[in-house]
Design a protein around this ligand. Structure first.
Ligand code: A2R
Length: 321
C-alpha cells in the first residue's frame, strides 16, 4: 500500500525520521533542487507537513498543497506558521507545549543569575589569571528578594514564577487577561516594568506582540533594571534595547533570542552588561527528545483517528470534527 506523503521542512533527529518513515513517504523540502517541479509532481498528494518553530511553513505553501490535512511543528512557538489561514483551510496545526516548560524556565533563571552575578566576566577573571594579578572580582548584585516581572503568564511564565519564588521574589505579571493566581497583575507592560527589578519576557512571537517591549518599557525598567528575553526576538525592539543599554537607561540584559537570528548585533556582543545565548531555551537532550516524540505522536494520532494530541488554539475546534 502506498503511504501518504509527508513534507519535512528543516532537520529532524534519526529517532523522528524513523517514526515518520514508518507511516509516511517522506520528502525533504530543502533537498528539492527544483521545488516547483516537486509541487507539480507531488503537491496534490502531500497530506502532512513536519516542521519546527524556526522554519514554520513558508509563505504560500499552504495554498499550493490542496490536500494538506495536518502540520506538526516541533516547538511551542508557531509564529512562523499562519495558523489562522491553516484553520480556515481546515488544516490541523499542532505544536509541542508543556514538555519544554521546565527547560525554558531553567534557561530564564540561568540568564537571570548569570547576568546579576556576572558569571561570564567572573569566569574570565578566574581563567585569565586576573584573580592572581588584581585580586578579588568586583561585587555583584543579588537575585534574592527581588520584585520579579513576568510578561506572559502562560505555561512557561508560571514555571519561571515558581522558580523565582525559591529566591523569595515578589511576582508581578502582565498578560492579556488576569489569571486566578496569587501574583500582582498590571494592566500594561509599562506599569509592570516600572514595578519590577527584572522583567522576564515569555509571550509568543508574531504580530500581536511585535515590539511589545519598547523604549518606554525599557525606560520604566530603569538604570538598575534587567531584561531577560526567552520568548522571541521580535517581542523586544532590539534597536531601542541597544540604545537604552548604551545610554545607561537600562541596567542589563540576558538574551536567548534576537530579531535577526542567528545574527546578533555587534553592539550587543561588545557589552559587558549583557549575557547572550544562541537560542537554547529548550535545548537539552532530554527536552528536545520529548519535543520530538510529541511531534511524532501528533502525526501518528492523526493517521489513527484524524485528531492531534496538542493542537494550536486556532485549530482546537477542528480537532475531532
Ligand atoms: O492569552 P493570555 O492572556 O493568557 O496571555 C498570554 C500572553 N500573551 C500576551 N500578553 C500580552 N500581550 C499580548 N499581545 C500577548 N499575547 C500572548 O503570553 C499568555 O499568558 C502567554 C503565553 O502563554 P502560553 O500560550 O501558555 O505559551 P507558553 O507555552 O508559555 O510559551 C510562550 C512562548 C512561545 O510561544 C515561544 O515563543 C516561547 O515561549 O518559547
Amino acid at each position: 500500500m502506498t503511504k501518504p506523503i509527508l513534507l519535512q521542512i528543516g532537520n529532524v533527529t534519526e529517532r523522528m525520521k524513523n517514526r515518520f518513515d514508518a507511516l509516511f513517504d517522506v520528502h525533504v523540502w530543502f533537498d528539492q533542487q527544483d521545488q516547483d517541479a516537486f509541487m507539480d509532481a507531488h503537491g496534490a498528494d502531500v497530506v502532512g507537513i513536519a516542521t519546527d518553530g524556526h522554519w514554520g511553513v513558508p509563505d504560500n505553501l499552504l495554498a499550493r498543497l490542496p490536500n494538506l490535512k495536518v502540520v506538526s511543528s516541533y516547538g511551542v512557538g508557531y509564529d512562523a506558521i499562519d495558523a489562522d489561514d491553516a484553520a480556515a483551510r481546515g488544516i490541523l496545526v499542532s505544536h509541542t507545549p508543556n514538555v519544554l516548560n521546565d527547560e525554558v524556565a531553567d534557561t530564564a533563571i540561568m540568564l537571570w543569575l548569570a547576568t546579576s552575578r556576572r558569571l561570564v566576566q567572573a569566569d574570565k577573571w578566574a581563567r585569565s589569571g586576573q584573580w592572581e594579578r588584581d585580586g578579588a572580582f568586583p561585587l555583584t548584585r543579588s537575585v534574592q528578594k527581588r520584585q520579579v516581572g513576568i510578561l506572559g503568564m502562560g505555561r512557561i511564565g508560571e514555571t519561571i514564577a515558581k522558580r523565582a519564588l525559591g529566591f523569595d521574589a515578589t511576582i508581578h505579571y502582565h498578560s492579556r487577561t488576569p489569571k486566578d493566581i496569587d501574583f500582582i497583575y498590571h494592566s500594561t507592560v509599562k506599569e509592570l516594568a516600572a514595578a519590577v527589578d527584572v522583567l522576564f519576557v515569555i509571550t509568543p512571537g508574531g504580530a500581536s506582540t511585535y515590539h511589545l517591549v519598547n523604549d518606554e518599557v525599557m525606560n520604566a525598567l530603569g538604570a538598575e533594571g534587567m531584561l531577560i528575553n526567552v520568548a522571541r526576538g521580535s517581542v523586544v525592539d532590539e534597536t531601542a534595547l541597544i540604545a537604552a543599554l548604551q545610554d545607561g537607561r537600562l541596567g542589563s540584559a540576558g538574551l536567548d533570542v534576537f530579531e535577526q537570528e542567528p545574527k546578533i548585533p555587534d553592539a550587543l556582543k561588545a557589552m559587558e552588561n549583557v549575557v547572550l545565548l544562541p537560542h537554547v531555551g529548550s535545548a537539552s537532550v532530554e527536552t528536545r527528545q520529548a519535543m520530538g516524540d510529541l511531534t511524532c505522536e501528533n502525526l501518528e494520532r492523526y493517521t489513527q483517528d484524524g485528531t492531534v494530541v496538542t493542537p494550536v488554539p486556532e485549530c482546537a475546534d477542528l480537532n475531532g470534527t
